[in-house]
Write a protein that binds this ligand. Structure first.
Ligand SMILES: Cc1cc2nc3c(=O)[nH]c(=O)nc-3n(C[C@H](O)[C@H](O)[C@H](O)COP(=O)(O)OP(=O)(O)OC[C@H]3O[C@@H](n4cnc5c(N)ncnc54)[C@H](O)[C@@H]3O)c2cc1C
Length: 382
């Protein structure tokens, strides 16, 4: 096995293979990393329901096994959990599954010395997007006529979102759901990074057969992860087929085109400067200054300190300096992950506001955050 190889792989443990999203490879890589002492701890997402997952940090193999499976309606970003690991264990080693936005957040924090990337094994998960949990439950009742409590399994296959209960299985195309205002979170619709090429290995079901994962190995660490699991007898591998490789490439390029279309639809330019100014003022007006957006932001590295400690609710312009600073502050590093919008109690479309600014700045500097270890423009010394 070499860097650059594309293979299919699956868990040798029948239970993990069955419970895993596509053959349980990721769970087996994580458990092997603990058993083979490649890492001290693992982060994984513990399932509460089909619509809720809680990130855990553990060195217990059984706990990792319980986290197998993909939660498409658990749009959490794992970056801050990795930051907390390195705060507690500066010399520790960590492995975690990482959607492209998890990986991009982690790389941005590594540039800010909050994460040691050399000691982090990033097991990339291809990602076509996550769904907002509450809206997804409403969608189930309205579009699928299924009680969310009855769902026992959910999966995405050939552009369709499938929900299973004890009695039935219903599939509706994601396009149809999104036309009706459901489906993926807004920022996932225009996200063009579906295969996390910045990780150590990228795992996904595109181009793989049933109960197997398509894996692409990108780094020495990725190779080490795979070889460790093979040596421990936990996974089986086979070369990817030409057909599988083509399917994966084609699906990825279709997804990129769909994302570009969404981007055009959502980001209608506001050419006039004054109009742009009023647009920001108006949408920020409802801010209650709770700072939740900052706490969840995977690329903010200000820790507990406030970006700026000034806010007067009586301001004639109801946009706090806090937001002005944040807009500038993350304009070079915003990855458009949508966490800020998700948590905003005032329902301000923060990700759109940040992306409107970040798109211009990042294009100007020809800089895409979180795709590699290139230093952001704000870090460059004149
Ligand atoms: C939200 C989401 C969307 C995806 N979309 C695609 C796609 O469009 N195309 C494609 O080829 N593959 C996609 N995948 C990857 C695919 O579903 C499988 O995760 C992958 O094939 C590995 O399967 P496995 O059986 O080896 O993983 P498993 O052994 O089941 O391990 C999965 C690991 O991912 C963790 N996890 C579960 N949900 C999340 C989450 N929301 N965020 C972070 N970690 C999580 C679990 O805790 C577990 O550790 C997606 C995965 C997720 C989570």
């Amino acid at each position: 096995m070499n860097i650059g190889d594309r293979i299919v792989a699956w868990s040798k443990d029948e239970e993990i293979k069955k419970e895993g999203a596509s053959g349980g490879l990721v769970t087996s890589l994580l458990t092997a990393a603990l058993k083979g002492e490649l890492v001290d701890e693992v982060i994984a997402l513990q399932k509460v329901s089909e619509f809720e997952g809680v990130p855990i940090r553990t060195s217990n193999v059984d706990e990792v096994i319980k986290c197998s499976g993909s939660l498409h309606a658990a749009p959490i970003n794992l970056t801050k959990f990795a930051v907390r690991f390195f705060e507690a264990h500066p010399d520790g080693t960590l492995a975690l599954p990482a959607k492209p936005c998890d990986a991009r957040g982690i790389i941005e924090q590594a540039k800010r010395k909050k994460i040691n990337l050399e000691k982090t094994y990033l097991i990339g998960l291809n990602c076509g997007g996550t769904m907002p949990p509450i809206t997804t439950m409403k969608m189930l009742e309205k579009m699928y006529e299924i009680n969310p409590d009855d769902v026992i399994e959910e999966e995405i296959e050939r552009g369709k979102l499938i929900f299973k209960t004890e009695k039935e299985e219903k599939a509706i195309s994601i396009d149809e759901l999104e036309e009706a205002g459901y489906g993926r979170r807004e920022n996932c619709r225009y996200c063009e990074t579906n295969i996390p090429v910045m990780t150590d290995v990228a795992c996904g079901n595109w181009g793989a057969g049933k109960n197997e994962t398509f894996v692409e190995i990108f780094t020495e660490k990725g190779l080490k992860l795979m070889n460790n699991a093979i040596e421990l007898g936990l996974i089986e591998t086979a070369p990817a087929t030409e057909k599988g490789i083509k399917i994966r490439e084609k699906t990825n390029s279709v997804m990129e085109k769909v994302a570009k279309k969404w981007h055009k639809k959502i980001f209608v330019p506001i050419e006039d400067r004054l109009e742009r100014f009023h647009y920001y003022m108006d949408v920020m007006e409802d801010c209650i200054d709770c700072e939740a957006c900052k706490y969840v932001c995977p690329v903010c590295a200000c820790d507990e300190s406030k970006c700026i400690d000034f806010y007067d609710p009586m301001d004639s312009h109801k946009i706090s300096i806090y937001h002005l600073v944040r807009l500038l502050h993350i304009s070079d590093s915003c990855i458009g992950c949508g966490q800020c919008t998700d948590v905003c109690p005032a329902e301000i479309p923060l990700t759109i506001l940040h992306r409107r600014m970040a798109d211009r700045i990042q294009a100007k500097y020809d800089y895409i955050p979180g795709m590699d270890m290139k230093i952001p423009p704000s870090f460059e010394v004149e």
